[in-house]
Ligand binder design. Structure first.
Ligand code: COA
Ligand code: AMP
Length: 628
């Protein structure tokens, strides 16, 4: 049996032994005697009697071990033309001081802090400072509109919000402070204070409730790490579900630190001193796990890149960053490579960049299409490794364990399940499907450490959303199959979640906005294929008899309201007026059939279809559109 098979089997048959051993890589105030606690199943808890601090493990213990001079963080910001490196000791000092600022504002263990930040070092410092105090951070991606920020503020009810005067998107300066102010007007829950990083590109007007980051830091006393229960929440990260109400995924301290430390070494083959780059955003799970926590827990150097794959300044930016900082491995989304390939198909901009230290490209966040895989392989000449996971799991469900036993790559597959993930392919009745046959991808409980423990403030919704469809299993929402060798193939979401340029959004949330337009009687938003972004949303609307606007005016208004209410990243570009939407006899809109025909696939309508002519009319209209 290979090393992977042996370890994987142990993780399933002896989870306590497996994760108990993995936990030894961390520094605990109280070593956990109890590894897996099932007393409140299905709310499993890991290391329930252990005590630790995640920030201590990410910073202080490396400094205490004599590695304070090692580079912890490199901020590379082509959009501001700046670069800065922070040693472990330096990052520890800043974090302790900002923890002092938060403590001065009354923030303590269990209090929430919402961060609405661009990709600047202060975002990392603020996250770690929360972890230091046992406060629970909730980072909201900057591409979300004030209404989405307000929803998250109302759910998390933070004591303090941390933000910046602006973000920089390519060549545009985006004022963040007015967006935050607007969100706070919309929110019912009002935080005690806001701390604002004033960036040189744009100074924000501060109100008496706002503190300037620099001023607050200048007068704060550093705060030390607080011992926490392993089961204490570390953060809440909101993600899109099938409705307009985002789900607050809760991550604990102990399980998270253990799983991420394990994954950094065994999945990504990154150890102390290695330079690692996750090109994502701190607002997404990739940013939480692999820009901030995992590389620092591992004692590596993490690159925080404030730029785009293209346009900052060109499609050679990724190669420049890899060469300049000696990056050993990069984790990014396939969309980023598609954007580069589109502008520089022969990777001519790679010339002159020394990539000899670069060993591996990891891709995640959306399906890795064969063209992108082949292109990346050929231009880079290093292994290109897919891995599949989601906000809820926090680290890969399926991957190629490069640091344990590199396995042969099968294009189209993220390889094999990682330890602790007891992956099953189920049919609609919950029976296991044989190799090669598609079904719902489910994970037998318990989930491994590091995965979500619940949804913030809503245990029932956690059970309803994930655990009730197949009792004893977690429902991933993805469909797929396993082949004879046990390789996993992920075919896509089986629900209304859409993945636009590696960003997860909900078509249900967009439908709520579209349906609110005064001329719209009913609507459906579905995901359609896009060569660059993988998927983009498309809306189909049925008008009220009283509708007054012409099609162009209606489309412009709907696009604007989706952008204003959800955010620019929702990227709805297309609204089509139809006479009727295809439905079942019970009135359910046939979104899956619509998705099939909009994507040029044959749609087999269910037997329960109400009026097959409606679907046929839509099919003919879309076919005509594709031809013209
Ligand atoms: N703050 C404010 N606005 C933001 C934003 C942020 N943090 N991130 C994106 N936006 C805006 C963009 O400026 C754009 O606005 P526009 O419509 O006015 O031009 C809009 O949201 C859509 O952004 P995006 O989907 O990123 O499209 P793009 O055309 O600007 O860029 C790519 C396309 C492929 C370059 C970009 O999507 C990309 O780098 N993708 C990589 C995916 C990734 O890292 N995913 C993370 C998960 S691993
Ligand atoms: P997020 O929660 O934003 O990380 O999005 C998770 C979803 O993205 C998954 O449920 C999948 O649908 C999709 N996804 C992520 N990684 C992959 C991958 N490697 N292959 C296919 N789909 C992926």
């Amino acid at each position: 049996m290979g090393v992977y098979s042996e370890r994987y089997r142990r993780s399933i048959t002896d989870p306590e032994g497996f994760w108990g051993d993995a936990a030894k890589a961390l520094t605990w105030y109280e070593e956990p005697a109890r590894v897996l606690d099932d007393t409140r199943a299905p709310f499993y808890r890991w290391f329930s009697d252990g005590s630790l601090n995640t920030c201590h493990n990410a910073l202080d213990r490396h400094v205490a071990a004599g590695h304070g001079d090692r580079t912890a963080l490199i901020h590379d910001s082509p959009v501001t033309g700046t670069r800065a490196a922070y040693s472990y000791a330096g990052l520890q000092r800043l974090t302790a001081r900002f923890a002092g600022v938060l403590r001065g504002l009354g923030v303590g263990r269990g209090d929430r802090v919402v961060l609405y930040m661009p990709m600047i070092p202060e975002a990392v410092v603020a996250m770690l400072a929360c972890a230091r105090l046992g406060a629970v951070h909730s980072v909201v991606f900057g591409g979300f509109a004030p209404r989405e920020l307000a929803l998250r503020i109302d759910d998390a009810r933070p004591k303090v919000v941390v933000s910046a005067s602006c973000g920089i998107e390519g060549t545009r300066v985006i004022p963040y402070k007015p967006l935050l102010d607007q969100a706070l007007l919309l929110a019912r829950s009002v935080p005690d204070a806001s701390v604002i990083v004033q960036r040189p590109e744009l100074h924000a007007e501060l109100s008496p409730r706002d503190l300037d980051w620099d001023d607050a830091m200048a007068s704060a006393a550093p705060a030390d790490c607080v011992p926490l229960a392993a089961t204490d929440p570390l953060y809440i990260l909101y993600t899109s579900g099938t409705t307009g109400r985002p789900k607050g995924v809760v991550r604990d301290n102990g399980g998270h630190a253990v799983a991420l430390t394990w994954s950094m070494a065994h999945v990504y083959d990154i150890g102390p001193g290695d330079v690692w780059w996750a090109a994502s955003d701190v607002g997404w799970v990739v940013g939480h796990s692999y820009i901030v926590y995992a590389p620092l827990l591992a004692g590596a150097t993490t690159v925080l890149y404030e730029g785009k794959p293209v346009g900052t300044p060109d499609a050679g930016a990724f190669w420049r960053v890899i060469a300049e900082h000696g990056v050993k491995a990069l984790l990014t989304a396939p969309t980023a490579l598609r954007a580069i390939k589109k502008l520089d198909p022969h990777a001519e901009l790679m010339a002159g960049h020394d990539l000899t230290r670069f060993r591996c490209l990891f891709l995640a966040g959306e399906r890795l299409d064969p063209d992108t895989y082949d292109w990346a392989r050929s231009v880079l000449g290093v292994p290109v490794i897919d891995n599949w996971w989601q906000t809820e799991t926090g680290w890969p469900i399926a991957a190629n364990p490069r640091g344990l036993e590199p396995m042969p790559v099968k294009p189209g597959s993220p390889t094999v399940p990682m330890p602790g993930y007891d992956l099953r392919i189920l049919d609609a009745e919950g029976r296991e499907r044989p190799a090669g046959e598609e079904g719902a991808i489910a994970l037998r409980l318990p989930l491994p450490p590091g995965t979500l423990t619940t949804l913030w403030g809503d245990d029932d919704r956690y059970v309803d959303s994930y655990l009730s469809r197949f009792p004893g299993h977690y429902l991933t929402g993805d469909g797929g199959y396993r082949d004879e060798d046990g390789y996993v193939f992920v075919m896509g979401r089986m629900d209304d979640v859409i993945n636009i340029a590696g960003h997860r959004l909900s078509t249900g949330a967009m439908e709520e906005v579209v349906a609110a337009h005064p001329d719209v009687a009913e609507c459906a938003v579905i995901a359609v294929y896009d060569a660059l972004k993988g998927e983009v949303p498309r809306a189909f609307v049925v008008l009220k008899a009283t509708a007054t606007r012409d099609a162009a005016e209606l489309e412009a208004e709907i696009l604007r309201s989706v952008r204003d209410r959800i955010g620019p990243i929702a990227a709805l570009r297309d609204v089509t007026v139809v006479a009727a939407l295809p439905k079942t006899r019970s009135g359910k809109i046939l979104r899956a059939s619509m998705r099939d025909i909009a994507n040029g696939r044959d749609a087999t309508p269910p037997a329960t279809i109400d009026d097959p002519a409606v679907l046929e009319t839509l099919r003919l209209a879309l076919r005509k559109e594709n031809r013209s």
